[in-house]
Design a protein around this ligand. Structure first.
Ligand SMILES: Nc1ncnc2c1ncn2[C@@H]1O[C@H](COP(=O)(O)OP(=O)(O)OP(=O)(O)O)[C@@H](O)[C@H]1O
Length: 381
């Protein structure tokens, strides 16, 4: 096949390749019905002249938090356009006060505010006056708000949104904040305190069966019939479930499909999936490792260097603290984070103070982590 054949070849095993894209919004979203109902109840007062309630959505990555918000907002925008304005902001992409209020501005006025020469106060004023004049409530979903923790921007943003009514009487505003890390909950509370009175909505990790059903649904929508066997789908489900990341499973389906097409096959075979596992494993590990702070990387590197089985949390602390002075509470939070990201396993030993002692074990081969752990920059002298 030459290049033109590859590009123009129109035989494909994908019925709709878009269902494997990261921004695809699934039609079926029954598994998160109760969380969407809770969110809908928070919006309800806003439809009758009241204030929307704040929510905090908590759950590990890829448990449907973003999707639940986007689907609810889509519905609210269709059915309640006269009463509320819903704005979704990805704080990884927009992590400054100006950036976030620009998103709100754009949703309200249909275009971005001028980037230069306009003071923030004028943009803020225009937004709030519009809410006042139209008597619409504003609800802002801030996804991955951990990106707003630096320099404590977060408290200013929460303040500007939630206290707007103090300067613009009658203006009604609310926030849906999204967090995918247990440790961040603590930082959020410390930073925004009592301004943000929010009901907690939890997104638990999917069970094996739920993971299987979601992936099966994608297979049905994305591939022509019989492209992938049930055995291979189960294999992908097991891998996805063990890694606790649904995104990985959706990616594996897409990559396996591409591998089959490269072989000009109409079916995905075991080899296609195996090859996809290899690619995704190092990509996803690198992605997780990159998301760690320098201090968390140092601790993880220390654990890989020790490479001991069943070291207790207390022993590890003692040895680590000798080289890297650290408070026990901070150390404990870092360990919880590494566990949350499934880089380590911790199991209770049943002994220790209040039976709290834990064994710490790496979930990956220590060499594999070292190979993928970015080197820390040395300080120049
Ligand atoms: N119940 C579900 N049904 C179908 N697809 C789902 C479901 N839950 C999640 N997904 C899919 O999994 C992927 C991740 O979902 P989403 O982005 O909503 O998760 P999240 O909890 O916001 O993740 P993060 O915290 O990493 O931002 C998306 O491709 C989404 O379509």
């Amino acid at each position: 096949m030459d290049l033109q054949d590859i590009l123009l070849h129109d035989e494909t095993i994908f019925k709709d390749v878009r269902v494997f894209n990261s921004d695809y919004l699934p039609e079926e979203f029954k598994l998160r019905q109760s969380q969407m109902e809770e969110m809908a109840f928070s919006l309800r007062p806003a439809l009758h002249g009241g204030k929307p309630s704040n929510n905090i959505l908590l759950g590990p990555p890829a448990t449907g938090k973003t999707t639940a918000i986007k689907k609810l907002f889509e519905m609210a925008q269709l059915d309640c356009e006269d009463d509320i304005i819903c704005v979704y902001v990805n704080c990884q992409l927009h992590s400054t006060k100006f950036g976030i209020f620009s998103q709100i501005y754009k949703k309200i006025f249909g275009h971005n505010p001028p980037e230069t020469g306009v003071p923030f106060a004028r943009i803020y004023n225009k937004i709030m006056n519009e809410l006042y004049d139209t008597d619409k409530a504003l609800i802002v979903a801030l996804d991955d708000i951990n990106h707003l923790f630096h320099g404590n921007i977060i408290s200013q943003i929460f303040y500007d949104i939630l206290r707007a009514h103090e300067s613009y009487e009658g203006v009604r505003t609310g926030i849906f904040a999204v967090l995918s890390d247990v440790e961040f909950r603590f930082i959020l509370d410390k930073n925004v305190g009592s301004i943000f009175n929010a009901a907690e909505i939890n997104f638990k990790p999917y069970t094996y069966e739920e993971t299987y059903n979601i992936l099966k649904e994608r297979v049905n929508l994305g591939f022509y019939p019989n492209v992938i066997s049930n055995d291979l789908l189960e294999e992908i489900t097991t891998y996805t479930f063990e890694n606790g990341d649904l995104r990985l499973g959706i990616d594996l389906l897409r990559i396996s499909g591409n591998n089959a097409e490269v072989r000009a096959s109409r079916r995905i075979e075991y080899g296609d999936v195996e090859k996809a596992f290899k690619v995704s494993k190092s990509v996803s590990l690198r992605y997780i490792l990159n998301s760690l702070s320098d201090k968390e990387k140092t601790l993880l590197r220390f654990i890989t260097r020790m490479d001991k089985k069943n070291i207790t949390s207390g022993q590890l602390y003692e040895e680590y603290n000798r080289e890297n002075k650290i408070g026990y509470a901070t150390y404990n939070r870092q360990i919880n984070k590494l566990e949350f990201l499934r880089l380590i396993d911790t199991t209770y030993t049943g002994s220790g103070k209040k039976g709290n002692s834990r064994y710490i074990n790496l979930r990956f081969d220590s060499k594999q982590i070292q190979e993928n752990l970015p080197q820390q920059k040395r300080r120049s002298l």
